[in-house]
Design a protein around this ligand. Sequence first.
Ligand code: C2E
Ligand code: MG
Ligand code: MG
Ligand code: MG
Length: 292
Amino acid sequence: YQAKRAGRSIGRYEPARDEASTDRLALLAEFREALSADDQLVLHLQPAIDLESGEPTGTEALVRWQHPRRGLLGPGEFVGVVEKSDLVGPFTRYVLNLALGVMARWGADGLDVPVAVNMSARSLLDRKLPADVAELLGRHQVPPERLVLEITETVMMTELEVVDDVLAGLRSLGVRLSVDDFGTGYSSLTFLARFAVDEVKVDQEFVGRMGDAPEAEAIVRSTVELGRALGLRVVAEGVETAEQKAALRAMGCEAGQGYHFSPPMPADKTAEVLWSMRGAAEDRGARVIPLS
Ligand code: C2E
Ligand code: MG
Ligand code: MG
Ligand code: MG
């Protein structure tokens, strides 16, 4: 009995865990296929809007996986697993290549709106990243300032010197850096003091609770003020209602992104929406001029 107990505790036969790791390995094998196909990973793009003028100020590229059997999968179903594997580097480059392809097509049509790409924390530990980004910018002939890289505060704080070098390398190319999900990481203020960035995105969790949680409202408000003090652009994520938009605007928040303005959509549809948002903002501007 003793031996059996010991055996059990050492052997740890746990069907649930085995299944989970089999699923994980199967997912990674299929994802490897997706990376060598050219039609499985797609980007949907979501506009960010200037809260004052209504003009689109940028877009965010959000990856989806058109899985051959399981249909269209959101990032929540695979990005976490991919990020913990050796496919993270190839995945990051694949997405950058797709985003720059979209920017090149839009640019050829005269649409110069920036595109933001989400970077896995681990890819900021890859010293080759700046050179690879430079190569991709050159291949697609996209001006570097049109590319925004979204980074999160969960970057490995144990290898800060590497992250410093990689971010400095990226900045020296002229690409812009944005801190994603601001307020949800470990030490937001330390992060901003250490890394030179251009933009902060207030996490949707705080924006969503602004109306009924005074502490969420206080966090959004102080992030907007902090951004202004540091000369950073502040974008509120997850704006779903006209009330949230009005409150953010009253706080002096520059831009918003969320279902209230537009969901993420395929690139061609996004281009149409961006053109019509621009047109509408210009029309509003034209009506304002004779009045003043
Ligand atoms: P994120 O970067 O914070 O992206 C915002 C998420 O909020 C997106 O979810 C977007 O679809 C969703 N969203 C947009 N508007 C609203 C709104 O009004 N209300 C609410 N509640 N949500 C809204 P999505 O597309 O499922 O992406 C989830 C996360 O996956 C992203 O969060 C990002 O961290 C990650 N992700 C997406 N694409 C990539 C990628 O290409 N590479 C990497 N490494 N991560 C990615
Ligand atoms: Mg993001
Ligand atoms: Mg975000
Ligand atoms: Mg978020």
